[in-house]
Ligand binder design. Structure first.
Ligand code: NAI
Length: 407
C-alpha cells in the first residue's frame, strides 16, 4: 500500500485528489484547517486495506502546528503541497502592509517548505513531492495582492529543492482556472470575469477539479520520475497564449477522464514505443497520436518535422484527440541550429492555440539521446490520454536517469 500526504484536502482540488487516491487504494494523510469539512471528507472515503486514513486539522500558517505533522505520520510515498489561498480584498499591493500579506505568504510560500522539513525523515527512497503553484506564478496577475509573487516563489523553491534532493522526484503543478470554491469566491467578489478568462484559454473552458486530481495522481506516481525538476502547466494552454483577440469557446465537453486510450505510434521505428498503451478496441475511446519523426530528423530539421507531423495529424483528426511529439534535446551542437529547436517548441504552442476550441491537443517531450523508451511509457500514457484533457501547448524536458542519480 502506498501513502500520500495531501494539504488543503478539505475542498476543491485537494478534496477531489483525496477521493482519487483513496479510491485507488492509497492510504491518505489529509491536512486542512477546516476540521468539520475534513471529517466529512474522511467519512466519505473508502477505507484502505490495512492502516486507516489520517485526518490532521492543522493551520498551515503556523510553523509550530506544521512541525507536528512529523509525529505519528506513516512513511510517505508522496507529499502534495496543495493548500493555498488567493487575495480577494482588491487592495492594491502598494497599499498593503506586511501584516496584510503575511498569512497568504505563510500558506502559499513558507508552508510547503516547512511541510517537507517536518516530513522529510518519513519519505521513502525515490518519494515524490508535488507543489501546487499556479499560472499566476508564471505571469503576473494584478489586484490579487501577493498571490502571483507567492506562487513564483513557490516555483523557484520547488526547482531548488529538486536540485538539492536528486534522490526525490520534485515537480510543480501549475493549474490554470479550475472551478473550485477558490475561483467561485473570486467570481462572486467580482475579482474574476469568467468570459474574459475563457477568451484567453486555447481549450476554451475552465478545468474541473478532477482534472487537476488526475495530474496530481500521475505526478505522485513513480512514472513521473523523468519529469523531476519540471513544471507541469495544466491550464488549457493559457500560459502559452500571447494573442490579443479573444479565443473561441470550447465546442465540446471533455470526455470522461477514464476513457480508454487508442494510440497510434508513427514517424519512425516505433517498436520500442508500441507498448505505451494497449490499443483500445472499445468505443468510446480517446484517440491519440505519438509522433517520433522530430526525434529522428536531421540536425536543424526539427521545425519542419513538427510542422509535417501536425499537418498529418490535422488531416486525420478533426476534434477531441491528442498529438504528442518527441523532440531531441534542445542542446544543439552548433549555435546556428539553436533557433530551429526554439521555433519548433513555439510551433507546438501556436498550434495548441489554433486547435484548442475543438479539443485537439498538442504537447512535446524533449527526450535525451539513448533514453530507454520503457521509462517514458507511464508519462506518455498520461500525456496522450483522456486524463490529461486540460494539458496542451507544453514542451517538457525529460531526464533519463531515475531519482538518485544526478541529471
Ligand atoms: P480551495 O480554496 O477550494 O481549497 C484550499 C484548501 O486549503 C481548503 O480546503 C482550505 O480550507 C485549505 N486551507 C486554506 N488555508 C489553510 C490553512 N491556513 N491551513 C490549512 N489549510 C488551509 O482552493 P483550490 O482552488 O482547490 O486550490 C488548491 C490549490 O491550487 C491552491 O494552492 C491554489 O492556489 C491552486 N490553484 C488553484 C486554481 C484554481 O483555479 N482553483 C488555479 C491555480 C492554482
Amino acid at each position: 500500500m502506498q501513502t500520500v500526504l495531501i494539504t488543503g484536502a478539505a475542498s476543491g482540488i485537494g478534496r477531489d485528489t483525496a477521493r482519487l487516491f483513496a479510491g485507488a487504494g492509497w492510504q491518505c494523510v489529509l491536512v486542512d484547517h477546516n476540521a468539520p469539512a475534513l471529517q466529512q471528507l474522511g467519512r466519505s472515503l473508502p477505507a484502505p486495506a490495512s492502516a486507516p486514513h489520517q485526518l490532521r486539522a492543522v493551520d498551515l500558517t503556523d510553523p509550530v502546528q506544521i512541525a507536528s505533522l512529523g509525529d505519528d505520520t506513516p512513511r510517505l510515498d508522496a507529499i502534495l503541497n496543495n493548500a493555498g489561498m488567493s487575495d480577494a480584498s482588491n487592495t492594491p499591493l502598494a497599499e498593503q502592509d506586511a501584516a496584510q500579506m503575511a498569512r497568504l505568504l505563510a500558506l502559499n510560500l513558507a508552508a510547503p517548505a516547512a511541510v517537507v522539513d517536518a516530513c522529510g525523515p518519513l519519505l521513502k527512497p525515490g518519494a515524490r513531492i508535488v507543489n501546487v503553484a499556479s499560472g499566476a506564478g508564471l505571469h503576473a496577475i494584478p489586484w490579487r495582492g501577493a498571490y502571483s509573487p507567492s506562487k513564483a516563489g513557490l516555483i523557484a523553491q520547488s526547482l531548488a529543492l529538486a536540485q538539492a534532493r536528486p534522490d526525490l522526484c520534485v515537480t510543480v503543478l501549475a493549474p490554470g482556472f479550475v472551478r473550485t470554491e477558490l475561483v467561485d469566491g473570486l467570481i462572486q467578489a467580482g475579482r474574476l470575469k469568467p468570459e474574459g478568462a475563457l477568451g484567453k484559454i486555447p481549450l476554451g473552458r475552465m478545468a474541473a477539479p478532477e482534472e487537476m486530481a488526475q495530474a496530481l495522481y500521475f505526478l505522485a506516481s513513480s512514472g513521473a520520475a523523468p519529469l523531476r525538476g519540471q513544471i507541469l502547466a495544466v491550464n488549457g494552454g493559457s500560459s502559452v497564449h500571447g494573442g490579443s483577440q479573444p479565443l473561441p469557446p470550447a465546442t465540446l465537453p471533455p470526455l470522461p477522464l477514464d476513457t480508454p486510450l487508442q494510440l497510434e505510434v508513427c514517424g519512425g521505428e516505433g517498436e520500442a514505443w508500441q507498448g505505451v498503451a494497449p490499443t483500445a478496441a472499445e468505443q468510446p475511446h480517446y484517440a491519440a497520436s505519438l509522433d517520433l519523426s522530430p526525434l529522428h530528423c536531421a540536425s536543424a530539421g526539427v521545425l519542419q518535422a513538427v510542422h509535417a507531423a501536425a499537418a498529418r495529424f490535422a488531416a486525420r483528426y478533426t476534434q477531441q484527440a491528442s498529438l504528442t511529439l518527441l523532440l531531441p534535446s534542445a542542446q544543439p551542437r552548433r549555435w546556428q541550429d539553436a533557433g530551429d529547436g526554439a521555433a519548433a517548441r513555439m510551433m507546438v504552442s501556436t498550434l495548441a492555440c489554433e486547435w484548442g476550441s475543438r479539443a485537439l491537443r498538442i504537447n512535446a517531450l524533449e527526450v535525451p539521446s539513448g533514453v530507454d523508451p520503457q521509462t517514458l511509457h507511464p508519462l506518455l500514457r498520461f500525456f496522450c490520454g483522456s486524463a490529461a484533457q486540460y494539458l496542451t501547448g507544453q514542451t517538457l524536458v525529460c531526464s533519463a536517469a531515475a531519482p538518485g542519480t544526478p541529471r
